[in-house]
Design a protein around this ligand. Sequence first.
Ligand SMILES: Cc1cc2nc3c(=O)[nH]c(=O)nc-3n(C[C@H](O)[C@H](O)[C@H](O)COP(=O)(O)O)c2cc1C
Length: 308
Amino acid sequence: MKIGKFETKNNLFLSPMAGYTDVAMRYLCKKFGAGLTTTEMVSAKGLVYDSEKTKWLLNMSPLEDIKVVQLFGHEPDVFVKAIQNDVLKDFDIIDINMGCPAPKIVKNGEGSFLMTNPKLAYEIVKACVNATTKPITVKMRLGYEKNNAVEFAKVLQSAGASAICVHGRLKTQGYSGKADYEEIAKVKQAVKIPVIANGDVVDKASYQNILEITKADAVSIGRASVGNPHIFADILNLDIPYNKLETIKEQYEMLLKYYDEHFVITTMRKHIVGYIKGKNLSQEIKLKLVTSNDINEIINILNDIFKN
Ligand SMILES: Cc1cc2nc3c(=O)[nH]c(=O)nc-3n(C[C@H](O)[C@H](O)[C@H](O)COP(=O)(O)O)c2cc1C
């Protein structure tokens, strides 16, 4: 798929996830075949006013051939200052979050709340498009409380967005129910810019299903990649050797290159929950894995779990 002048290697992408899609996860997903990865959402205001504090989210993995940063905010001028900030100079594409349902985001008029204000969404995209030659893309939902996805997507297109990713749920649905692929299909039919379809893809069958129904240009996977970065190779039939334990160790080691041990342990706990899914483990072992502050102890337990 093409986003501006950037051509992705395939049409299966990693969806941004705050607290998950850090530099190490993106590295692993690229290694196992993801066509495009994006940072977790980064505060545009944070970059403008407190860049030191927000900068740690901007680390890039060596495999990311196309570098995408996702920003959230609600003020066009702040977005412009953020994308003109030197810390974003190495990024190729700027993605704007108009889909996040988290209370602390929507209460500031950001994330999915922007879907209630297409005029402001237009101004944000237009201001960003005018301020840079980099493609501006948007991540959206079907709507806030009611579905306005088609009209909203047309507004984004007219403001100059280079692509949109549509998560097939309303904000008020959070992550409940099922993503509505028919509604994503309507968006795809209504706009000329590339559309990335998103929601509930967990395997090859669901990937084929979302593509067939939506006719989207690409698909992005979020939750199903946590603890399973190899999902991209599985779906795309890529022959890339995968050893779960080695992958977990690689993830630890990479995170330790960038972050302190406390951050690494708390981050890895969330991923380990994904890696051990389906394993029949005692409560005691599970508890140790998510409470231990000793990386060596955690690795020893994982060695035992995955030795067979
Ligand atoms: C823990 C978590 C964090 C997320 N953070 C972001 C984010 O920072 N930016 C964003 O656009 N979407 C975010 N999302 C939404 C996902 O990108 C995706 O749209 C959603 O999970 C649906 O796709 P899935 O069914 O493949 O998980 C997040 C989702 C989860 C579960």
